[in-house]
Design a binder for this molecule. Structure first.
Ligand SMILES: Nc1ncnc2c1ncn2[C@@H]1O[C@H](COP(=O)(O)OP(=O)(O)OP(=O)(O)O)[C@@H](O)[C@H]1O
Ligand SMILES: [Mg+2]
Length: 151
């Protein structure tokens, strides 16, 4: 994938995403996913050590919407999807994957201590799963990054 340099609010959105929670919401096709992924890649490389998680509506949509584009951006050497175990290895870090609407999503989150999370289309999750996620982000400097489409 050839990344076109970001412009205007796209650049700003990546630069300003330094909070504990960072949500990209806006017009359809306005590069929410691309900008949030760029910030996530930065966080994975330079953020605090500790377990990371990526969540989608289902693991399948997460793979299609986020992991495939990341692989296209950084190459298969740096992003290895392990379907069988529900993990992806990104820049040498193991990231757990979960579908918020899959059975046992809460089970996967329970007991984790997370340093960071990426949330694809966060408004599609059951409230309980998102609430649980927030309680798991307990490493110092932990943060989450996500996109939302609000109709
Ligand atoms: N900087 C960029 N370089 C190359 N392609 C880009 C760039 N920004 C966006 N695109 C492409 O434009 C399309 C829309 O971008 P993206 O999916 O990030 O937007 P979105 O706001 O998440 O859209 P949606 O509302 O559908 O979720 C995608 O096909 C994406 O690959
Ligand atoms: Mg999107």
């Amino acid at each position: 994938m050839t990344l076109i340099p970001l412009v205007g609010k796209q650049t700003e959105s990546v630069r300003l995403a330094t909070a504990r929670g960072n949500l990209w919401e806006g017009a359809v096709r306005s590069s929410k996913t691309v900008c949030s992924i760029l910030r996530w890649l930065q966080f994975v490389r330079t953020g605090p050590a500790g377990p990371l998680m990526m969540i989608g509506k289902t693991e399948r949509t997460l793979k299609r919407n986020i992991i495939d584009p990341i692989t296209a951006m950084v190459g298969k050497q740096r992003c290895r999807y392990r379907a069988g175990v529900g993990e992806v290895e990104l820049f040498g870090r193991t990231i757990y994957l979960a579908g918020a609407n899959d059975e046992r999503a809460a089970e996967k989150l329970k007991g984790l201590t997370l340093a960071g999370a990426y949330c694809d289309e966060v408004t599609t999750y059951p409230q309980s799963v998102f609430a649980m996620l927030l309680t798991r982000l307990s490493v110092e400097g932990a943060a989450w990054f996500g996109t939302a489409s609000i109709p």
